[in-house]
Design a protein around this ligand. Structure first.
Ligand code: KG4
Ligand code: ZN
Length: 338
């Protein structure tokens, strides 16, 4: 069964063709990072305008690379939320038009389900149930995946998402957008124990909180600037130490909370997904913790951690298999819990 997936939830325009929820036939991602970089974050109006320009060429390229036409599709699966409403509208309008014009069944996919199921596009796949940590620019949530379509949330961030904290700290350090890969790169050269930033463990809870950590970095920068009586950029060595210490605080919390959830739920498999799961330190620490506990770990290849339509097509396959189709009245939703 060939499914066309479409994702325009944030700042990437993506279309992909996936067979049977497992085999990627094509996966095109057109990034808008360059457009938003000079603003230090995503400008929603610019994002939706760019999606309008890119949606047709991106879908065409996905079909071309797959060597198929719209008529060969079993369904078109579109991400209808959560995300930026103007961005989501572009993908949903396109998918509805294609579905109507070519009489292809339409499937609506929650972006978070896409991230959870992105591990099924990797080489080895988890059996159910498994614990799933989704860490992205908009979300930081722990779920137990009982089956396809059956997810139970154990905890979520109470304020900033982990990726959001990376992006905001990157902006504070004058590094650019998106901040995750930039801090990931700099952290290697710094001392992760140079600065003691706070970790919000929220005892007894599997929720997360990263806004205090971001404020601690901001306070540190203010204090350093006051001491050196300079408002200019810090020396490179200090920026590397801040990046490394900040990253260690984020990774410590994510790994520790995942470990708590493994213990509480008694699961023996854990999956990691979302943009922040591209982070090398997080991948390494999660693997080390899992191997210590004798737990299997599943992490998609880096290009499938960040937003992509292959994960939407993979999730869409399971909806189609169960006969869960959407009508043309489908509307995108900025807020859409899994
Ligand atoms: O999943 P994603 O592409 O979009 C959302 O659904 O939000 O995640 C994007 C987020 C951004 O905040 C970006 O800074 C972060 O993932 N990210 C990383 C890395 N690569 C991307 N964070 C830490 N380390 C990375 N290597
Ligand atoms: Zn995402």
């Amino acid at each position: 069964m060939l499914i066309l997936g479409i994702d325009t939830s944030c700042d990437d325009t993506s279309a992909a063709v996936v067979e049977d929820g497992r085999r990627i036939v094509s996966n095109i991602v057109s990034s808008q990072s360059e457009i938003h970089a000079k603003y230090g974050g995503i400008v929603p109006e610019l994002a939706s305008r760019r999606h309008i320009e890119m949606i047709m060429p991106v879908v065409d390229e996905a079909l071309l690379q797959a060597g198929i036409g719209l008529v060969d599709l079993a369904a078109v699966a579109v991400c209808h939320g959560p995300g930026l409403i103007g961005s989501l509208l572009v993908g949903c309008s396109f998918a509805k038009a294609a579905s109507y014009a070519r009489k292809i069944p339409l499937v609506a996919v929650n972006h978070l389900e896409g991230h959870v199921l992105s591990v099924f596009l990797g080489e080895s796949v988890p059996a159910f149930p498994f614990l799933s940590l989704v860490v992205s620019g908009g979300h930081t949530s722990l779920y137990v995946a009982e089956d396809f379509g059956a997810y139970r949330e154990l905890g979520r961030t109470r304020d900033d998402a982990a990726g959001e904290a990376y992006d905001k700290v990157s902006k504070l350090l004058g590094l650019g957008y998106p901040g995750g890969p930039l801090i990931d790169g700099l952290a290697d050269k710094g001392d992760p124990n140079a600065l003691e930033f706070p970790r919000a463990y929220l005892p007894e809870s599997l929720d997360f909180s990263f806004s205090g950590l971001k404020t601690a970095v901001l306070n540190h920068l203010h204090n350093t600037a006051r001491k050196t009586a300079s408002s200019g950029l810090l020396p490179q060595g200090q920026i590397q130490d801040i990046a490394a210490s900040f990253q260690k605080a984020v990774v410590d919390v994510l790994v520790r909370k995942t470990e708590w959830a493994i213990k509480r739920q008694g699961v023996s498999r854990v999956a990691l997904s979302g943009g922040v799961s591209a982070n090398r330190a997080l991948r390494a620490r999660m693997k080390a913790m899992a191997s210590e506990r004798g737990v299997e770990v599943f992490i998609p290849p880096v290009h499938l951690c960040t937003d992509n339509a292959a994960m939407i097509a993979a999730a869409g396959y399971h909806h189609a298999r169960r006969g869960e189709y959407a009508g043309l009245a489908l509307n995108p939703r900025a807020y859409l819990p899994l």
